[in-house]
Design a protein around this ligand. Structure first.
Ligand code: NAD
Ligand code: MN
Length: 357
């Protein structure tokens, strides 16, 4: 088999501490499952790079990483030296746009040993994916303001839905639902109030559904859907949503299952015309950076998502199992989970669990 070529971008702060743990686990995966990886590490998309070069990335960044099979990203941001909008728009947002990563995939799963704010929920009760449309919808720059600063001031911002853009994210979500045991898809809508774009979204779901006869599907308006996330998280399997609704749901989901330190995300271009990017949901955490106490699980779980994307499903599942096994044992939990383990101890334990699993 060919080696998977991975562009590794640690970025800033704890990104530089948790990315090595992700690589440690991928090394273990290589030994256990015989898949080969070729890693190229890049120092750009970091505030250190900015301080040295006056920009977040070199002009030819796209050529440098565009040919890789995936990007394994840590976190970017160091507000003490570079404003957050500069660091974020100069790096991560460029990747998402230029590489047409139109799916934002966030697993929501209650792990053993992780405290949940939801009462009476145990591991196994919550296990679903949020699939967020990542390139169009409510996040358009079409609009404007007239009569600024007067009583007649008017502001307008358009929602843009294209048939290609809606259908491709729905197809991804239906495909994912079809691969899962429950084969259940939930669509987030608001077609009672948003009377043009959201009925269109619903229409495209209805047009897609007959192609997936074995997938059971339903839809909820976004307002009641957020309530169901909290009260009935066990109802969900794959939840697909427009850019704005998906943004809200994909923060609410991980919040329902405990610490931000374990949540992973994939920014995915399913056609593989461009590399997809896998990163923890959390940022660079300047408040704990340099101490090696950060939780590496979000980064390691992102590696599992990356393995799935690369077609190494068995290896991806093994990494998730290893995470569950290690979190269940209190001695390897980091401080955000009430434990005392350091970043490296936790990462080593997960790598060991992959090797012996
Ligand atoms: P943050 O996620 O970095 O930190 C929020 C809080 O959670 C902090 O108290 C932090 O210590 C804690 N935390 C985060 N990850 C943790 C982990 N793995 N283990 C234990 N505790 C963890 O968010 P923030 O403080 O709002 O932002 C800090 C910087 O990160 C900013 O520059 C921001 O722009 C950037 N940021 C980047 C990304 C990204 O790269 N995708 C995402 C969010 C924020
Ligand atoms: Mn968000």
């Amino acid at each position: 088999t060919n080696a998977h070529r991975i562009a590794v971008i640690p970025g800033d702060g704890i990104g530089k501490e948790v990315v090595p743990e992700g690589l440690r686990v991928l090394d273990a995966v290589g030994q256990r499952f015989g898949c080969a990886f070729h890693f190229d590490t890049f120092d750009f998309a970091s505030c250190d790079y900015y301080l040295e070069h006056g920009q977040m990335m070199p002009d030819d960044w796209k050529a440098q990483i565009g040919g890789h099979d995936a990007i394994f990203f840590g976190a970017v941001g160091w507000p003490e030296t570079v404003p957050d909008h500069v660091s974020l728009w100069g790096s991560l947002i460029q990747f998402r746009r230029e590489f047409d990563q139109y799916v934002n995939l966030r697993p929501v799963r209650l792990m053993p040993g992780v405290p949940t704010p939801l009462a009476n929920r145990a591991p196994g009760d919550i296990d679903f994916y949020v699939v967020r449309e990542n390139t169009e919808g409510e996040y358009s720059s079409i609009g404007g303001r007239i009569f600024p600063g007067t009583d007649r001031e008017v502001v307008v911002q358009e929602t843009v839905m294209t048939r290609i853009g809606v259908d491709r994210v729905l197809r991804y979500a239906f495909d994912l639902a079809q691969r899962r045991e429950k084969k259940h898809l939930t669509s987030a809508t608001k077609s009672n109030g948003i009377s043009i774009t959201m009925p269109y979204w619903d229409e495209r779901v209805e047009a897609m559904a007959p192609h997936y006869p074995d997938v059971r599907w339903d839809k909820y308006h976004i307002d009641i859907l957020t309530a169901h996330f909290v009260q009935h998280p066990d109802w969900f399997d794959v939840v697909v949503a427009s850019n704005l609704f998906g943004d809200i749901l994909s923060d609410l989901g991980p919040a329902c299952t405990g610490t931000i330190g374990i949540a992973p995300a994939g920014n995915i271009n399913p056609e593989r015309h461009f590399p997809s990017l896998f990163e923890p949901v959390h940022g660079s955490a300047p408040d704990i950076a340099g101490k090696f106490i950060a939780n590496p699980v979000g980064q390691i779980w992102s590696a599992a998502l990356m393995l799935d994307h690369l077609g190494e499903r068995e290896a991806g599942a093994a990494v998730v199992r290893a995470i569950e096994e290690v979190l269940a044992r209190s001695e390897y939990r980091t401080r955000d989970l009430g434990g005392t383990a350091g970043t490296t101890e936790c990462g080593e334990a997960i790598a060991d669990a992959v090797l012996s699993g």
